[in-house]
Design a protein around this ligand. Structure first.
Ligand code: FES
Ligand code: FES
Length: 127
């Protein structure tokens, strides 16, 4: 299957690979798996005291589209509030990366990872 240029760019130069200390209360961790293929994505957000995402990192064990989706998302969430980040849709990710239909679930994984990270933050920091 041919990957789009944007997928290849993110795959070859992934942005923000790495991790933060999971125990830090300002760090939100979202770990999700894709039943369709067994790939795993970990997305971490560092959230400042105003509830704005100041940094993001990911580790993904998966295909090029999953790596590109998570790399892209780390760029998109920076500077956003949690509510803004929660509204990022997999369709926008798939469109930006020109993912073919069989790779749509890779972008869903990235959307799910954002949601899982936000849930983790809310459970760590009850309002
Ligand atoms: Fe899992 Fe993409 S099918 S690597
Ligand atoms: Fe399964 Fe990409 S995450 S093929």
């Amino acid at each position: 299957m041919a990957y789009s240029e944007k997928v290849i760019d993110h795959y070859e130069n992934p942005r923000n690979v790495g991790s933060f200390d999971k125990a830090d209360p300002q760090v939100a961790t979202g770990m999700v798996g894709a039943p369709a293929c067994g790939d795993v994505m970990k997305l971490q957000l560092k959230i400042d005291s105003d509830g704005v995402i100041e940094d993001a990192k990911f580790k993904t064990y998966g295909c090029g589209s999953a790596i590109a989706s998570s790399s892209l998302v780390t760029e998109w969430v920076k500077g956003k509030t949690l509510d803004e980040a929660a509204s990022i849709k997999n369709t926008a990710i798939a469109e930006e990366l020109a993912l073919p239909p069989v790779k749509i679930h890779c972008s869903i994984l990235a959307e799910d990872a954002i949601k899982a990270a936000i849930d983790d933050y809310k459970s760590k920091n009850p309002a």
